[in-house]
Design a protein around this ligand. Structure first.
Ligand code: GDP
Ligand code: IMO
Ligand code: MG
Length: 424
């Protein structure tokens, strides 16, 4: 079975944990968009791994992992991650591949990302991870990008970097008052990545096609989430790639005809990092309580995540945009001890009721959620492994989520460890 796993909210839903679990039953795990802005956490016993660019399937030593053409690769971060894995006794030899068509993140991308965030007016601030993701994808679309394959042809690479570089230094100097970067330093550094990357580089579209023909099972690992998708998310407060299902196809070169199942990952509540509208955001006291209980601090930047009630309007939207077949509901354990649990089921704005997600961000910004209230439960869920052992109110809450999203729940997670999982 070939399955796509998509974040169905604003990222950090717990995709890393589920990928690691599902990787047990597949052959190949593919990252198809984003870069090292992602932070996917996998906990194995007392060890915690945070994967940024390398697929979370890498922790299973028989699995092949692929970074597809739709992802953006910072070679320095890539090798740092390999080194982190090596220190933990995990070898990536002959089982980690990068698409020759993936675009490279350069120091000017990271620098411009940071300068834009720090010197821009508040109204233009996105709250990015400052990893250079937006500027790199912008160059890709503007046909100014440099791809992994280009490192294999030093003369071509030099020429291409030279022409792009002049423009970047102009931008740095004239717009940001930055002294500019040294061409030779960057050229030398990236030139040296060529031979080091070589063993990893492949035409991954062909590799995946042939693997699918041999009935290998492929798992597609989404990064970020549907509401951060550059087309379908809360634009401009989004990342710069397609984090919803379409990105899995364009970002891997695999045909949708080969996909059997699409799974959406949601938290039992909602979180978001960075700027942008968030209708069901908690009031401050509850926010602090859930941030602490759910350890809601960014896996990549350490920033506190904004937290709120489950928003079924965006949930339904995600189910529609992605054609979700089933759901994994994460972090249900964090909701224990609340007397009442709310679900946002629609929005109200200027006397009008919105049952469907309003695509205009300016409208969404003015929307107030309409809540229904459910009785909570006190029991600690972290030791529960079967559906029938969940408290009655927890089961009712989950059933209501299924009903509102018109999507069946296949997995319920009650803790960060592999075994703290209920399969339905
Ligand atoms: P991702 O980006 O979607 O992979 O999610 P992150 O790894 O950024 O954030 C999810 C966080 O929640 C991580 O710290 C996980 O270890 C943790 N986590 C995952 N599932 C559960 C769960 O069911 N309960 C609790 N309490 N924590 C969880
Ligand atoms: P995972 O894969 C949560 C957010 C940033 C910012 C916006 C744009 O761990 O779920 P970018 O650096 O991509 O240009 O930032 O997107 N963002 C994420 N939020 N989880 C992520 O990844 C994210 N990756 C980016 O906080 O609001
Ligand atoms: Mg994350």
């Amino acid at each position: 079975m070939n399955r796509i796993l998509i974040g169905a909210q604003w990222g950090d839903e717990g995709k890393g944990k589920i990928i690691d679990l599902l990787a047990e039953k597949c052959d190949i795990v593919v990252r198809f968009q984003g870069g090292n802005n992602a932070g996917h956490t996998v906990r194995i016993g007392d060890r915690k791994f945070v994967l940024h660019l390398i697929p979370s399937g890498i922790l299973h030593d028989e699995r092949v992992c692929v970074i597809g053409n739709g992802a953006v690769v910072n070679p320095r971060a890539f090798f740092e991650e390999i080194e982190m894995l090596r220190r933990n006794g995990i070898s990536v030899k002959d089982r980690l591949f990068i698409s020759s068509q993936a675009h490279l993140i350069f120091p000017y991308h990271t620098l411009i990302d940071g300068l834009k965030e720090d010197t821009g007016k508040r109204s233009t601030k996105i709250g990015t991870t400052k990893k250079g993701i937006g500027p790199c994808y912008a160059d890709k679309a503007a046909r100014l990008g440099i791809r992994v394959a280009d490192l294999g042809t030093p003369a071509y690479f030099r020429e291409r970097l030279k022409s792009v570089f002049e423009e970047k230094n102009q931008v740095l100097q004239k717009i940001y008052g930055h002294p500019g970067l040294s061409f030779s330093k960057i050229y030398e550094e990236y030139q040296s990545y060529g031979p080091r990357l070589k063993p990893f580089v492949k035409d991954t579209t062909l590799y995946l096609y042939e693997a699918a023909r041999k009935k290998k099972k492929i798992l597609f690992e989404g990064a970020q989430g549907t509401l951060l998708d550059v087309d379908h998310g809360t634009y401009p407060y989004v990342t710069s790639s397609n984090a919803s299902v379409g990105g899995a196809m364009s970002g891997s070169g695999v045909s949708p005809a080969l996909i059997d199942r699409i799974t959406g990952v949601v938290k039992a509540y909602t979180t978001r990092v960075g700027e942008g509208p968030f209708p069901t955001q908690f009031p401050p006291a509850l926010m602090t309580a859930i941030q602490n209980k759910g350890e809601e601090f960014g896996s990549t930047t350490g920033r506190p995540r904004r937290c709120g009630w489950f928003d079924a309007v965006i949930g339904r939207y995600s189910a529609r945009i992605n054609g979700l077949d089933d759901l994994a509901v994460m972090k249900l354990d964090v909701l224990s001890g609340l007397q009442k649990i709310k679900i946002g089921t629609a929005y109200r704005r200027r006397g009008k009721i919105y049952r469907d997600y309003p695509a205009e961000t300016s409208v969404l910004e003015e929307c107030a959620p309409i809540y229904e209230e459910h009785p909570g439960w006190d029991e600690d869920l972290s030791g529960i492994r079967r559906w029938k052992d969940l408290p009655r109110n927890a089961k009712r809450y989950l059933k209501r989520l299924e009903e509102l999203l018109e999507t069946p729940i296949q997995i319920v997670s009650v803790g960060s460890e592999r075994q703290q999982t209920i399969f339905l």
